[in-house]
Design a protein around this ligand. Structure first.
Ligand code: NOJ
Length: 757
């Protein structure tokens, strides 16, 4: 007994010492942080006291390097002279140690030697490309998503990049909008997790580490809700919708320490985002206390003229600075008019000072004042070329991003010994198509991308044959290669058809009114199907496509998106079963364009249809079902998982700090080891504003060996049940809730509880 007591007291003291140590560490961290904060503020204040108004405006001015891929560049031919005079704060589209060093040396010739900040669209990798962002989200695996951002930062920073214009965290429910490929899909809860993971990944151990790039959460705000899915179009929505659905990923990014935000091209409720005081000053800088800076989107300050919001660039500069746009990307409105506006007393100089201070503080945090050339190490750049660890990651996350949509007769995985496989379709030997949009920094060297043909061939037995036929182009009406493809299919035991969208069919300015398989690809598929050969269909795309005939007819379908530099290997890993697919759709896949916008967390309406066939005076289409073709959260595995026995730790959740635990059993009842993403949704049955029929509130990706069974649990607190009421208070309300657990948003396993205050 005495020994027991002594042990207990020793354990207690150890615990106490450990606790004190942690508190001590936190205190040291806070004081270092505080003194760093004071130091940087002081440095910047001193510097600013020496700056002329023109030099201050220069810091707010950002130019592009020589090429312009997203808008017209005014060639004024004197960017270098302006850099030398300290009239440029940042450059985009200038990368590599060689080029960034050249320009940084010019900045060092300026009076105050303020270093340039180099920004770049590092969207899904830099030289090595990872799957497009939407594809990665299908992995529902935050650690690998974070790792992609981390590796992209390690590589890009070695090539002189300080700042990436990522992550793009616009929620979108409209697959006609080409930019869904850059985001995290339709769901806010998932979008929040992804935003945090990507910011953390890019910024690594914090600005100041040589391999961190400053992140930029974009596009603030609601860009993904463009009317009709047409890029750059207007957005009109209630503030409640804005707060509840579109802003949370941005708030999460700010809380995760994101250095910058980019505003958006759209107008929101009649006010262009770039000139939107409510968004940038009230919400972002006041309510959220954001300390970083906001960069405009490309030319968006000047585009307020076309919006019909201002009459010229002079007025645009005034409106934008007053609204809280700190840096002007390529419109030159600040450079040409801001000093004049201040001198005329039309713009308060404090606004310019605030913007300059925010930008200089970030340069300070990045360590650029101490060493403007800290990202200019040629050896480091060389050492990052084709980094094998990064390539391995690209391959892994590529496989994790694939979503198995159908595998009715368990045709997949194929045996590597299959005697004759035919690979048919325009993506078979394509190279750049695997990268998708926003792959502007890849070195234009086909040997650095693994084609699907190569990846599949590499894993087949030496004695097996891989027959290839292109069959058709991605998007034209030419059928002259059909016969060759049919002959190839006839010789094969299995056909792998690889169809989809070309790399530039989804992305910025790539909205499509029809999102069917383009060109004659579906006709080719029908011809090959007539041969009676078993078909594995791979769909390569940057958005959810509509492919109803194939979805109804072809028994085996995998959605392979655009998977990046290792696409061929990732696909082969799934096709041959080295990796058992576990991807889940981050967006609902519509049956027809007429259903768009389509999303799982809609309201019930006053006249919900009881089933898919009921159409009379209920909220339904007379010629189309309400349900999507494939729901949000859906995706199959080579094995089978049974989820059962949902249990709640209590049926009443009482106070603010109360916790309710939902547990379920999950069993791998199939023939393969594998992973499943168990998803938890809730429904608030009655609210002071109507609530969605289901809302994702938790998910866990778990691995189970075949035959293995586990119990997993999720905690629900009143905090998880909060929403914005009609006067924008973020509250929870008493009432009844339903809980659903399953492996897609169709989850039916259900229980319920009550929340009382
Ligand atoms: C326009 C795009 O909207 C934005 O996302 C991108 O970062 C800039 N161009 C710079 O390329």
């Amino acid at each position: 007994m005495a020994i027991k007591e002594e042990l207990h007291s020793i354990t207690k003291s150890i615990f106490y010492i450990k606790k004190m140590k942690t508190i001590f560490r936190i205190l040291i961290f806070l004081s270092v942080f505080k003194s760093f904060g004071q130091e940087s503020e002081k440095f910047v204040a001193d510097l600013m006291s020496k700056m002329t108004l023109e030099e201050k405006v220069g810091q707010l001015n950002q130019y592009s390097g020589e090429w312009a891929h997203t808008g017209p560049v005014t060639k004024d031919g004197e960017k270098q002279t302006q850099i030398k005079k300290g009239m440029v704060g940042s450059m985009l589209n200038v990368t590599t140690v060689k080029h960034t060093t050249e320009l940084q040396k010019m900045a060092m010739q300026s009076r105050l030697k303020i270093p340039l900040l180099f920004g770049q669209d590092v969207i899904h990798g830099f030289r090595i490309n990872y799957p497009i962002p939407l594809a990665e989200v299908a992995s529902w695996d935050m650690s690998v998503i974070e790792k992609s951002a981390r590796y992209a930062a390690v590589e890009a920073s070695a090539y002189g990049v300080h700042w990436t214009f990522a992550p793009m965290i616009d929620i979108s429910r409209d697959p006609r909008w080409g930019r869904v490929m850059e985001g995290a899909g339709e769901d806010t809860f998932l979008g929040v997790q992804v935003a945090k993971a990507r910011v953390k990944g890019f910024q690594g151990n914090g600005l100041g580490s040589t391999d961190a790039v400053m992140a930029c959460a974009k596009h603030f705000a609601a860009y993904g809700a463009a009317v009709g899915g047409r890029d750059y179009n207007s957005v009109d929505m209630s503030l409640r919708q804005l707060y509840e659905t579109y802003l949370p990923p941005f708030k999460a990014a700010v809380d995760a320490g994101v250095g910058t935000l980019m505003n958006s091209f759209n107008d929101l409720n009649g006010v262009p985002a770039t000139g939107n005081k409510f968004l940038q000053r009230e919400v972002l800088k006041k309510q959220w206390d954001f300390k970083g800076f906001v960069v405009s989107d490309w030319g968006s300050i000047g585009e307020m003229i076309q919006h019909g919001f201002v009459k010229d660039n002079y007025q645009a500069a005034k409106v934008a600075i007053e609204a809280g746009s700190d840096m002007d990307m390529e419109s030159r409105s600040y450079k040409n008019h801001l000093a004049q506006l201040v001198n005329e007393g039309k713009v308060d100089s404090k606004l310019v000072d605030d913007a300059v201070r925010r930008i200089l503080l970030k340069k300070y945090e990045l360590g650029l004042f101490k060493d403007p050339f800290k990202f200019s190490n040629q050896k480091r750049e060389d050492s990052q070329f084709n980094n094998p660890a990064h390539r391995k990651h690209a391959r892994d996350i590529g496989a994790k991003s694939i979503v198995l949509l159908k595998n009715e007769k368990q045709l997949l995985p194929l045996s590597k010994k299959t005697k004759n496989i035919a690979l048919i379709g325009p993506f078979g030997k394509a190279v750049a198509e695997n990268l998708g949009f926003w792959s502007t920094s890849w070195p234009d060297d086909a040997s650095l991308i693994v084609s699907q043909f190569q990846g599949i061939r590499n894993q087949m037995d030496a004695n097996s044959n891989l027959i290839y036929a292109k069959g058709c182009n991605v998007n034209d009406s030419d059928k002259s290669q059909f016969n060759e493809a049919i002959e190839a299919a006839k010789k094969a035991d299995v056909v792998i058809m690889t169809l989809g969208e070309a790399h530039d069919m989804s992305g910025e300015a790539k909205s499509r009114s029809s999102i069917q398989l383009p060109g004659v690809q579906e006709e080719l598929l029908k011809e090959i199907h007539k041969t009676g050969k078993p078909i594995v269909l791979l769909i390569n795309a940057g958005r959810p496509l509509i492919f109803n005939w194939a979805a109804d007819t072809i028994e085996t379908i995998a959605y392979t998106w655009w998977l990046g530099s290792e696409a061929g290997n990732s696909i082969a890993d799934v096709v041959f079963g080295n990796y058992n697919p576990a991807g889940k759709l981050p967006m609902s896949f519509p049956r027809s364009e007429g259903q768009i916008p389509i999303y799982y967390n809609h309201y019930n309406t006053g006249r919900p249809a009881a089933n898919e066939n009921e159409t009379s005076y209920v909220s339904a289409y007379t010629d189309e079902k309400n349900s999507p073709k494939f729901p949000f959260g859906y995706g199959l595995s080579y094995t089978k998982f049974d989820i059962s026995n949902v249990k709640l730790s209590k049926t009443i959740l009482k106070s603010e700090n109360d916790v309710l635990t939902v547990s379920v059993a999950i069993e791998n009842t199939g023939n393969f080891d594998g992973e499943e993403v168990v998803q938890l949704y809730i429904r608030d049955l009655v609210g002071s504003v109507v609530r969605p029929v289901k809302e994702l509130k938790g998910f866990q990706k778990i691995f189970l060996k075949k035959g293995e069974k586990k119990e997993i649990s999720f905690d629900i607190t009143p905090e998880n049940l909060k929403f914005y009421d009609d006067t924008l208070n973020y509250i929870f309300e008493e009432g009844d809730f339903e809980v659903f657990v399953g492996n897609s948003s169709d989850a039916e396993l259900k229980s319920s509880f009550e929340l009382i205050k």
